[in-house]
Design a binder for this molecule. Structure first.
Ligand SMILES: Nc1ncnc2c1ncn2[C@@H]1O[C@H](COP(=O)(O)OP(=O)(O)OP(=O)(O)O)[C@@H](O)[C@H]1O
Length: 329
């Protein structure tokens, strides 16, 4: 619905070259699940962020991005349609919408994995499109992806030590590199006993923790989390969400948190953006949007969530297991 959309104001920018290469390994079958290692409480070693006014700084600005894909029949379908929003320093912004609404495509453009057909993404005020590939490389370290299926991006022949070690900045070699990998494992609640394990020898929760450690290795400011807990069972989901919240509190990371689960987004995010058919239909403070959605589509989306009472002025709180998942406000 046209009047539902948050339209872009900025003009389209020139497209840019190929995005980063992502190695994908698809094993023929699911490996046996190893038992979950109990979380180890280790303080996050990243620096504590400054308080506002940095909190209002936009680390990522998405300006009027549009992406079209060619379908099998040759016609072009708009997957993302003039979407604009900002991710502020230290905040968690949720991106919700039904399957196929364009959430992952938007995330891939934020990560510069591919270029928008129109519009642009700015990282700390600098447009991806204005950068040559060699100038993009150091910036990519600042924005990292944690997705639903870490196994597909792990080389099945690599140990945990190597998977995380390869993501460290230059200079972290030998003992220094090993110490840093062990420190990152501690940050995500894993012990050094898994350093020599292969991905197939890890449980789903351990794999997701390793994926988060790998994402943290280059020292990013932003984590793009694309359905990071949807493949995990509920108890492990809660552990991973608590971990992300703890990392955020400890380091001032900004999260772009994609989920079809409005309840999870409510637990983790400060603000939420709602997508429908490639367009952004609503964005705002998460409690405000969930309690008093303005867009008809948001109301429809919420009415499909059994744990939220929609149609009332206040939504029923979702029980959160004894933990404060939100970062500093
Ligand atoms: N590489 C591609 N080629 C062709 N069409 C694509 C491609 N990637 C995505 N699409 C289409 O773009 C639309 C948006 O897909 P996208 O994956 O961004 O949605 P989503 O909201 O993330 O969905 P989900 O929650 O199911 O992951 C869909 O219609 C999808 O089929």
């Amino acid at each position: 619905m046209a009047d539902d959309r948050c339209r872009a104001e900025s003009p389209p920018a020139a497209p840019y070259g190929p995005g980063r290469t992502v190695r994908c390994f698809r094993p023929g079958q699911d490996p046996p699940r190893a038992p979950e290692t109990p979380p180890v409480t280790v303080p996050v070693t990243l620096p504590v962020p400054a308080e506002s006014p940095a909190a209002e700084r936009a680390v990522v600005s998405v300006r009027g991005v549009t992406k079209r894909f060619r379908s099998a029949g040759g016609s072009r379908r708009t997957a993302v349609d003039e979407v604009s929003f900002e991710l502020r320093a230290g905040e968690a912004l949720g991106l919700v919408g039904e399957s196929g609404s364009g959430k992952s495509t938007t995330a891939r453009m934020v990560l510069a994995e591919f270029a928008p057909d129109a519009g642009d993404v700015l990282l700390d005020g600098e447009a991806w499109s204005g950068l040559r590939e060699r100038d993009r490389r150091p910036r990519r370290a600042r924005i990292q992806l944690v997705d639903q299926d870490p196994l597909s991006s792990f080389d099945p022949r690599f140990t945990v030590q190597r998977i995380i070690g390869e993501a460290l900045p230059r200079g972290f070699t030998g003992d220094r590199g090993r110490r840093r990998v062990a420190g990152l494992l501690g940050d995500v609640g894993l012990g050094p006993e898994i350093l020599d394990r292969l991905p197939a020898q890890l449980s789903g929760g351990q794999r997701q923790r390793v994926a988060i450690a790998r994402a943290l290795a280059p020292g990013p400011e932003v984590l793009v989390c694309d359905e990071p807990v949807s493949a995990l069972d509920v108890t492990v989901q809660a552990q991973i969400l608590a971990l992300l919240a703890r990392l955020r509190r400890g380091s001032g990371l900004s999260l772009l948190f994609i989920s079809h689960d409005v309840g999870v987004v409510r637990q983790v995010c400060d603000r939420v953006a709602v997508m429908k058919d490639g367009a952004l239909v609503e964005i705002g403070d998460v409690e405000t949007v969930l309690r008093a959605p303005r867009a008809p589509y948001t109301r429809a989306l919420l009415s499909a969530v059994p744990r939220l009472a929609v149609g009332r002025r206040t939504a029923v709180p979702i029980p959160v297991p004894d933990m404060d998942l939100k970062g500093p406000t």
